[in-house]
Design a protein around this ligand. Structure first.
Ligand SMILES: Cc1cc2nc3c(=O)[nH]c(=O)nc-3n(C[C@H](O)[C@H](O)[C@H](O)COP(=O)(O)OP(=O)(O)OC[C@H]3O[C@@H](n4cnc5c(N)ncnc54)[C@H](O)[C@@H]3O)c2cc1C
Length: 366
């Protein structure tokens, strides 16, 4: 057994260099805090576990170069099993997500933070953050910790949070014969609690599917069938698969994200949208809030100030997430209910229909 060594202290240690962690690091280091950003990966942004579609207004919250945008998108087309389809304006970017993540990490380092890749957090206690770097074990001390370590967060577990409710997703990147400037979303009774997507990305496209975890075993066969359906319906000759990815996506936010000297941010806090699974924008927004509030708490020498993080996140996107979580509950409960019109259920629970937003103002959650 290798003894853990103690390392120097920081103001803030951020665990995870995804969009949430890099945004938090940037916001805190910019304000003069001594920040360490760690990630267990050897290459920031790789592998990509994302369909890479984000709303265009993300550029108000994150600064990234035009090289990160593979193409723009103007609308979303939602397809129902009866063959009908509905269009909604949805100005977005298809990102080069690995470059995007690297650029956000780069901004964080340029603001004065230190980064340590290949550093895996294994637990957080009163002693500090236990990490492993290969066979070496260390304890890192800090005034504040920000857990931005994704959906299976070690930090969330360390502060006593249960596992997050999730959906599971599988995705192929395929060769695209023709360009397309909209994204497609498909619903089918077999895609339980989720949907399939076709997101064009210049000369390739991301074709994927997300479902409730109980359907994980069926996911590969369903995605293969979906790809064959696209080959016919979109006349995609060839459409060869050039890469595969997948992962879990949180679909219910944690109520608590502030624990003494520790904050949870992005997927680690369940900040992804419970219906769409989109999480990059909220990760960036919550990261900025966490980093800014943490730097201010250090400056004031008052950890109680950290509670402002939870309050601000609640004000910015809390109601929208809570409303969406209610819709997910309705969706899952009624998916196989006899007598429920499946098209009506999707119209009430999918963001591409105006019925989704009905009742949002009158509801407590929205
Ligand atoms: C298949 C799929 C498709 C998706 N499509 C979209 C989409 O089109 N649009 C969208 O907005 N969202 C999408 N999402 C969700 C989106 O990817 C996440 O919401 C987003 O990445 C959250 O950012 P984050 O920084 O919180 O976490 P992550 O991006 O997951 O970053 C967490 C980081 O923490 C590191 N880490 C984890 N554990 C440790 C540890 N113990 N020690 C040190 N480091 C650690 C990881 O290496 C990683 O770099 C998709 C997700 C999946 C799985």
């Amino acid at each position: 057994m290798v003894e853990a060594t103690l390392t120097e202290s920081y103001d803030i240690v951020v665990i995870g260099a995804g969009p949430a962690g890099s945004s938090a690091t940037h916001a805190a280091a910019q304000r003069g805090a001594k920040v360490l950003l760690i990630d267990r990966r050897q290459h920031i942004g790789i592998p990509v576990q994302c369909a890479e579609f984000v709303p265009q207004w993300i550029s108000r919250h994150a600064s990234f170069s035009s090289a990160c945008v593979v193409q723009t998108v103007d609308k979303m087309v939602t397809h129902l099993p009866d063959g009908t389809s509905y269009e909604m304006k949805s100005p977005g970017y298809m990102l080069n997500r690995s470059l995007f993540d690297k650029e956000l990490a780069d901004s964080a380092i340029s603001s004065g933070a230190t980064i340590s890749i290949g550093t895996k957090a294994v637990g957080l206690s009163a002693e500090g953050l236990a990490v492993e770097e290969g066979s070496e074990k260390k304890i890192i001390r800090s005034k504040i910790f920000i857990g931005a370590d994704g959906v299976h967060s070690t930090i969330a577990r360390s502060v006593g949070q249960p596992s997050l409710k999730t959906t599971v997703a599988l995705q192929y990147e395929i060769v695209m014969p023709e360009p397309q400037n909209h994204v497609d979303v498909y619903f089918h009774k077999d895609y339980k609690g989720g949907y399939a997507w076709f997101f064009p990305k210049g000369r390739t496209a991301n074709v994927g599917m997300g479902l409730v975890p109980s359907k994980t075993a069926q996911l590969p066969a369903l995605l293969d069938d979906f790809l064959n359906f696209l080959r016919k319906s979109k006349k995609l000759t060839g459409a060869e698969i050039v890469s595969r990815t997948g992962g879990s996506i949180p679909c219910e936010p944690f109520r608590r994200t502030f624990f003494g000297n520790t904050l949870l941010v992005g997927d680690a806090a369940g900040h992804a949208h419970p219906i769409t699974g989109a999480g990059v924008l909220n990760a960036v927004i919550a990261g900025e809030i966490a980093g800014r509030i943490a730097a201010e708490a250090v400056h004031r020498g008052n950890l109680r100030y950290l509670e402002k993080y939870e309050i601000e996140c609640q004000e910015v996107f809390g109601k929208s997430l809570a409303y969406s979580a209610l819709k997910r509950g309705l969706l899952e409960k009624n998916w196989n209910e006899p007598g429920i019109d499946f098209g009506d259920l999707i119209r009430k629970t999918w963001v591409g229909f105006k019925e989704y937003y009905k009742g949002r103002r009158s509801s407590n959650a929205g």
